[in-house]
Ligand binder design. Structure first.
Ligand code: DP6
Length: 344
């Protein structure tokens, strides 16, 4: 019996950077994001004798997975089994076992747009595992809750915990070393507030250190401690701004947090310089545009030079025009979306 789930990436307004426990991806601080409505990843899982992972690109061609990628899926499966055992022993959920599986990943995320696919992949895989467990469990057993599914997603990629929900969601850091001590909750669903994300990808890609390695360097920056002290206030301001649909308040806190994360990255040992000249040129131009046109638009950048321009419906036309004028950039457009779902 195979189970298929679909999920999309999310983009953080308050960024997750650094863990208190790297191997369990227990974050050092809270984060908050918007789930996108595209591009999506589809994953099919089924019980099997041994773990097999196959991955297909948007054009249908099969990707050759590196040993490191397969190890990540294997480790994630082991952690998921451990978590399910823990839930079963505390009688919180189905007693059904997850054995070995075949995993087939079909990704519509173009590798050229600088969108990290790991959030969508592990959000999707967690949803699919939950579906597989529910389908094989005793009928009396209650299915996994979204919060429990977010824990499974987080064990594969920290930010994936937030892709379980539609709209806006928060990953709460929690404390301690229990594998379920950090989980995600929904802040507001996808019908609450429609925001567009116009993504500008500068074409001259720079050499990148992946986020998994990056998180481990966070503590080496002398600014990291201060960042951790500031996050609770920012998280609350961001949460409040979303509930109140206060774009100006959102803009201030999102940009403050983005620069702060990049400051930590750039001052770590070794320094991580993800932004390039095009990034700075675009963010300067947006600040200028905001000044002259009073447009509700904000920018944020993750672990790469790609700029996400978030705006309301009223500003989308002007922001699209701005994006089209930027030289040497690939443009991708998306907006607020639903969380991970199971396909019938
Ligand atoms: C800068 O969730 O990609 O995008 O757990 O190693 O997969 P892993 O890290 P990941 O880190 C996300 C970093 C970020 C900020 C964010 O999305 O919150």
């Amino acid at each position: 019996m195979s189970i298929t789930a679909v999920s999309t990436p999310n983009i953080a307004f308050i960024k997750y950077w650094g863990n208190r426990n790297d191997s369990l991806r227990l974050p050092a601080a809270d984060s908050l994001s918007m789930t996108l409505n595209s591009p999506h990843v589809e994953i099919t899982v089924d019980h099997a004798d041994t773990l097999t992972v196959r991955s297909f690109e948007a054009d249908g061609s099969e990707k050759t997975l590196k040993e490191k990628d397969i190890m990540r899926f294997a480790r994630h499966l082991e952690l998921t089994k451990e978590y399910l055992k823990k839930l079963a022993s505390s009688a919180q959920t189905p007693t059904s076992e997850l054995t070995n599986v075949t995993i087939t990943v079909r990704s519509q995320i173009p590798s050229s747009i600088g969108l990290a696919s790991s959030a969508a992949v592990f959000g999707c895989l967690a949803k699919a595992y939950a579906g597989l467990v529910a389908a094989s469990a005793e009928t009396s057993a209650s299915p996994l809750t979204d919060e429990q599914i977010s824990v499974i997603a987080r064990l594969g990629s920290g930010s994936a915990a937030r892709s379980i929900y539609g709209g806006y969601s928060a990953l709460r850091a929690g404390d301690g070393d229990a594998m379920d001590s950090s989980s995600a909750v929904q802040v507001a669903d996808e019908n609450h507030w429609l925001l567009h994300d116009i993504i500008l990808v500068p074409t001259q890609e720079e050499k990148k250190v992946g986020s998994t390695e990056g998180h481990e360097l966070a503590w080496s920056s002398s600014y990291y401690k201060k960042r951790l002290e500031e996050i609770p206030r920012r998280q609350k301001e961001c949460w409040d701004a979303i509930l109140a649909k206060d774009f100006e308040k959102l803009q201030h806190v999102v940009e403050e947090d983005c620069w702060d994360m990049h400051n930590v990255m750039q001052t770590s040992t070794p320094p991580l310089k993800y932004l390039n000249d095009a990034t700075y040129r675009i963010t300067d131009a947006i600040e200028e545009l905001r000044e002259t046109e009073h447009l509700p638009v904000l920018y944020t950048m993750d672990a790469g030079p790609t700029v996400h321009l978030f705006c309301t419906e009223e500003a989308v036309k002007a922001v699209r025009e701005f994006a089209a004028e930027q030289k040497d950039c690939t443009i991708f457009e998306t907006k607020t979306g639903k969380g991970a779902i199971l396909l019938p």
